[in-house]
Structure formats: structure tokens, C-alpha cells
Design a protein around this ligand. Structure first.
Ligand code: ZN
Length: 318
């Protein structure tokens, strides 16, 4: 029988807590699973459709060059959805562990800003794929960037359209609540149109409608995420490399990712070669970065439940 959600076997929890309380240098790798725990679709990887588009086809420099309006609509939608979601207890637990241990670094493959919103110390958080909430200028001659801008929408043209609605009092429900809702909708604060559904039309945006660079005044801004075909952020990689090379590593936490793909896979190997034991937390017991060794841990379940539970012995209740 699979272990029930959130129930870590006592022996594993005890051995992990004992080990963790003696750990100095700890590295965590975060993937989509920790965002899924906040109810957020990630669109990364095969099969993710947005409108009629394969989401990966919108996440390229070429797509932005060809149709910047459409690509911005996709990213503005994702920013909006990410802001509707809340960081979960795993994000808060990792932020707390960071505050208690300055030798703990977190490498995140997620772009959703949830770790930042859980107030994860920024110096200890390395965003391998950038962030939906960073923007940068596309002009070759301009180096403008802006981080953690949670404005939604960034420009009026990117606002999610609302459903056109009139007064439709329910025929069956005569309560005041229903009437109040109908009036609320009629005032134009109705439900948002699901623009991820291709049957709902979206406007064609020209470059004039899109976010412009405040520094050079001419360049178009783009989302500060790493697109397919682009290099990972060099400064981030070199900071992480320096940290890894600085000494033995005690523990590598792998959360919500199988870490089988570069660069995550490489970091698990490097941590291991620096002496780290590996602790994996995933929904699927097959999602491990290669073979687990004797002394490693596998915690099966929802990251939002498991992570605060396994860190509790060191950080307390979240
Ligand atoms: Zn610029």
C-alpha cells in the first residue's frame, strides 16, 4: 500500500532529522512539483498546450521575434496565474531553513515567483530558469533589467479580458447572495475570460501595446525567463559552482523534480561527489535522480505536506 499523503514513516523521519540537525552545507533543487502543490500548471515540458499552441513553441527567442504580442499574452497569463496562487508550506519551510543556515542554498527551476513571495532570502536562492517577474530589455545596446516586479498587468493591453455580463438573476436561487453576485458581475467586475482556451478570442497586439524599456525608451521589454535554445544565466551558474567547490556538502534535497535533466542532474552528481547524502521528495516513487544509495532518503507525497514535516525537527512548525 502506498503511504498516505503527508505521512512520513517514523524511522525515516527520525534518521533524517538526526542527520539534518548536524548538517552544515546543504543544497536544495526545486522543480515543478513544489509549484503543483500550490495548484500551478507549469507548461514546461511536452504536452503543455496554451490556446492552440504547444507552450514550448512560445518559449523561444524566435517566437518572440515573430509574434511578441502573442508571446507576451502567454507570459502575462502565466504571471497572472502565478499571482493567483499562493506559496505553500514547502516554500515557507525552505525560506525558514535558509534564514537559520546561511550555508544552505536553493536552486530552483521554477519561474513562478513563489519562493520569492515566501520571502526566501534572495542571496540563497538561485533561479536557474529566471523568473516570470523579471523583465529585461531586448535591445542589443541596452542592459536594462528589473527584478521581482509583481505588477499585473504590466501594461493595460495585457489585462485579462472580463466576461461580458448582464443581470442574470437565478431562477431557482432567490437569496440575496445570488442577486448581489449578479449585480457585481453586471458592474464589469465579472469573471475573467479563460484566454488559455483557444475558443475565447484575444486581441492582436502591436509592439506599441507592449512593455517598453524605461532606460533606452526604444527597446521592447521581454520576460526574464530562460527560453529554449538560450543559455542558463551565467552569473547564477558561476555562483553555484563556487559554492559547490567551496567544501564538502552534507545534504542534497531534491524536491518536486526527478532531476534527471541537465543542469539539475549534474548538481545532484556534484553534491554526491562532495560527500552529500540525497533526500528526494516526490509524488511518484519512480522520480529519482538515478539510483538512490544506502543512506539516502525517499519521501513520497505532496511537497507542500512532506517538506515542512521533514524539516520540522530543525525549523519548528510552519
Ligand atoms: Zn533598453
Amino acid at each position: 500500500m502506498a503511504p498516505s499523503k503527508g505521512l512520513v514513516p517514523a524511522a525515516d523521519l527520525q534518521s533524517f532529522t538526526e542527520y539534518l540537525s548536524g548538517c552544515k552545507r546543504v543544497i536544495a533543487l526545486l522543480g515543478a512539483g513544489i509549484s503543483a502543490s500550490s495548484g500551478l500548471p507549469t507548461f514546461r515540458g511536452a504536452g503543455g498546450l496554451w490556446r492552440s499552441y504547444d507552450a514550448t513553441s512560445l518559449a523561444t527567442p524566435e517566437a518572440f521575434q515573430r509574434t511578441p504580442g502573442l508571446v507576451w499574452q502567454f507570459y502575462s497569463y502565466r504571471r497572472h496565474m502565478a499571482l493567483q496562487a499562493e506559496p505553500n508550506k514547502a516554500h515557507y519551510a525552505l525560506a525558514e531553513l535558509s534564514r537559520r543556515n546561511e550555508d544552505f542554498i536553493t536552486l530552483s527551476q521554477n519561474v513562478d515567483g513563489l519562493s520569492q513571495r515566501a520571502l526566501h532570502p534572495s542571496k540563497q536562492l538561485h533561479l536557474l530558469h529566471g523568473s516570470l517577474f523579471d523583465v529585461k530589455c531586448t535591445s542589443f545596446y541596452c542592459n536594462y533589467t528589473r527584478e521581482n516586479d509583481f505588477t499585473d498587468p504590466l501594461v493595460p493591453a495585457l489585462d485579462i479580458p472580463k466576461m461580458a455580463s448582464g443581470l442574470h438573476p437565478s431562477a431557482t436561487d432567490k437569496t440575496g447572495e445570488e442577486a448581489a453576485k449578479a449585480i457585481h458581475n453586471a458592474l464589469g467586475t465579472g469573471e475573467e475570460v479563460d484566454i488559455s482556451d483557444a475558443s475565447n478570442p484575444i486581441p492582436h497586439l502591436s509592439e506599441d501595446d507592449l512593455p517598453k524599456c524605461p532606460k533606452c525608451k526604444t527597446g521592447l521589454l521581454r520576460p526574464g525567463v530562460v527560453w529554449f535554445g538560450e543559455a542558463l544565466p551565467e552569473k547564477t551558474l558561476s555562483e553555484v559552482d563556487r559554492w559547490i567547490a567551496a567544501g564538502p556538502i552534507d545534504l542534497c534535497l531534491v524536491i518536486g523534480t526527478s532531476a534527471r535533466v541537465w543542469p539539475a542532474a549534474g548538481y545532484v552528481d556534484e553534491a554526491r561527489s562532495q560527500g552529500a547524502r540525497i533526500a528526494v521528495c516526490n509524488m511518484d516513487s519512480n522520480d529519482t535522480p538515478g539510483e538512490l544509495h544506502f543512506g539516502d532518503w525517499f519521501f513520497q507525497g505532496d511537497a507542500g505536506v512532506i517538506v515542512p514535516e521533514i524539516l520540522k525537527g530543525v525549523i519548528g512548525e510552519i
